[in-house]
Design a protein around this ligand. Structure first.
Ligand code: MN
Length: 203
């Protein structure tokens, strides 16, 4: 794995291709309270690009260009969180989303283990450790252990998507998965408009 760390934005000439894995780290899990600290990107070629966000009021133009490009498929694990915080922070509506957590829930119904770590182990036989998950991402300099952890979170998303799509296809659930991905932008709007815990379809 190769890690590239940038401050505030990616370089203008960085080409990541048509399928980009994305993850974010924040001070916590509450979009309105906890600021965005890091955005991780990978094109699936074992290189991870980390963007340290030092000031959320500054727009990272090159990064936003990728996020707003609807021709680029963006792979997340639990897209609802990342799409939500990126929407809240930059006012952008990310589309063309793939979520490995939703795919896993729809395809791997024999288990309730749908975490990134679980999927990496069970589908790719890769062991990853989650030790830095709850560390302080707000510091100006992040440690090399934090960088490795953050980079690993986008490292395997392309491979996971391929494995999960095989099961979804076999079980004829590609369409329902796509419908769920398409709904993420609306789920995020509900989250940010005051209905974070409501299942709107529930009786
Ligand atoms: Mn992460």
């Amino acid at each position: 794995m190769k890690i590239k760390l940038y401050q505030d934005d990616i370089p203008k000439n960085l080409k990541l291709g048509k399928i980009v894995a994305i993850d974010t780290e924040a001070m916590g899990l509450n979009h309105k309270r906890d600021r965005l600290c890091l955005v991780q990107l990978s094109n699936g070629n074992k290189t991870c690009h980390l963007v340290k966000i030092n000031d959320v009021s500054k727009k990272p133009d090159n990064l936003l260009k990728i996020l707003k490009n609807n021709n680029i498929l963006k792979i997340f694990h639990y897209a609802r969180f990342d799409v939500g915080i990126l929407n809240f922070t930059y006012g952008i509506n990310i589309q063309n989303i793939y979520c490995t957590k939703i795919s896993s829930k729809l395809s791997r119904t024999f288990t309730d283990k749908h975490g990134y770590k679980d999927l990496c182990l069970e589908l790719l036989n890769k062991k990853i450790n989650k030790n830095e998950q709850t560390s302080d991402w707000g510091t100006k300099k992040i440690t090399s252990a934090q960088q490795r952890y953050a980079a690993t979170d986008v490292l395997y998303l392309h491979e996971l998507r391929i494995k999960l799509n095989e099961i979804l296809k076999r079980e004829k659930r590609i369409e329902i998965a796509q419908a769920c991905f398409n709904f993420i932008e609306h789920r995020v709007k509900l989250d940010l408009s005051g209905w974070p815990d409501l299942d709107i379809f529930k009786h």
